[in-house]
Design a protein around this ligand. Structure first.
Ligand SMILES: *Cc1c(COP(=O)(O)O)cnc(C)c1O
Length: 229
């Protein structure tokens, strides 16, 4: 199977999983995580119907966004302060924000570029030491601080589930969905509408994520490698 076929198969399976979960397929977007492949592979997925791509390194984000401006580029990786201007210049959505100091820098960079930067707050729901993100306890305070910035729009929450354990992944996704619902009520009224995205689920566990309410699944290997055929 090639990249085009794998993308189309995932897109069809996502639609089917939405229907099975009683959800509207239009609510769930597949973010094709292209961090391990070059622009040619991205072009193949783009031609097959993929619209949004995820990158975890600012240099790769910039290079691929410039090579393929017809796609939407999401930043899903570790944020380093000094790379924030590059990230803001190319990302339509940043999934991995969880430090207030970074939020302030994103706000300033977006203001300089005359844009409003869409972001998600990353939460470490599972509490694994290897995972990034705000704790569920810090998340509501951070969310309110981010929602006050004039050049940042808080669109929702993101998490990474423990790998290799679907029951633990399911619990993690349900936890993120519950947290989002409770945070939403504490945001200023104007910030509640845009706060509607849940970025959760990867190649191994996106089905559980859709059942738990994901609006974005971030799928890499199942599209760009044969690992899940
Ligand atoms: C790599 C990555 C993914 C995709 O993982 P796969 O297992 O390849 O689907 C999703 N989200 C983040 C944050 C990643 O770094």
């Amino acid at each position: 199977m090639g990249i085009a076929e794998r993308y189309q198969r995932i897109a069809a399976e996502v639609e089917e999983a939405c229907c099975q979960a009683g959800r509207d397929p239009a609510e769930v977007e597949v973010i094709a995580v292209s961090k391990t492949v070059g622009p040619e592979a991205v072009a193949e997925a783009l031609a097959a119907g993929a619209c949004s791509f995820g990158e975890n390194r600012p240099d790769q984000l910039a290079a691929k966004a410039m090579a393929l401006p017809g796609a939407e580029w999401h930043f899903i990786g570790n944020i380093q302060s000094r790379r924030i201007p590059d990230i803001v210049a190319h990302a339509s959505l940043i999934h991995s924000l969880f430090e207030e100091s970074h939020a302030l820098k994103v706000d300033a960079a977006a203001q300089r570029l005359g844009k409003v930067q869409d972001v998600l707050l990353e939460v470490n729901v599972s509490g694994e030491a290897s995972k990034a993100g705000a704790t569920p306890q810090e998340a509501p305070i951070l969310a309110r601080a981010i929602a006050e910035l004039s050049h940042v729009r808080l669109r929702g929450l993101m998490t990474m589930a423990p790998q290799g354990d679907l029951a633990a992944a399911r619990e993690c996704f349900q936890g993120l969905a519950q947290l989002a619902a409770s945070i939403r009520l504490t945001l200023p009224e104007g910030a509640q509408g845009p706060f509607s995205e849940l970025s959760m689920g990867m190649s191994e566990d996106w089905r559980c994520a859709i059942e738990a309410g994901a609006t974005m699944v971030r799928v890499g290997r199942a599209i760009f490698s044969g690992a899940f055929e």
